[in-house]
Design a protein around this ligand. Structure first.
Ligand SMILES: [Zn+2]
Length: 101
């Protein structure tokens, strides 16, 4: 089993989706945070940002190759929907999550 996140031989990042529903795939970004200190490092109580991508109405396990929405790490991202990904037919927002469309 791969440990996420990892960078492949082509320089693309792979992450594991935290949630998927019939509207969107959500993953916790390894690169950006809810708040930063003045020196640019994440604040002590910062939470990792959650990014969303469209799920095409499908919740089964797969890898989605997408253009990143991330401000910190632009380029392609591979989002793995696995047995650990919470699958839900409804929209979901965890307490404290930063929603960054
Ligand atoms: Zn990000």
């Amino acid at each position: 089993m791969a440990t996420f996140p990892y960078k492949d031989d082509n320089g693309e990042w792979h992450v594991e989706a935290s949630h998927v529903n019939t509207v969107q795939i959500s993953y916790r970004c390894p690169f950006c945070w809810s708040s930063y200190k003045q020196n640019g490092e994440p604040s002590a109580n910062a939470k990792s940002t959650v990014h969303h991508h469209g799920s095409c109405g499908e919740v089964h396990n797969r890898v989605e190759h997408r253009g990143s929405h991330c401000d910190k790490e632009k380029g392609a991202i591979n989002i793995h929907i696995t047995d650990k990904t919470i699958k839900d037919a409804r929209l979901r927002k965890e307490n404290g999550d930063v929603i960054n469309e």
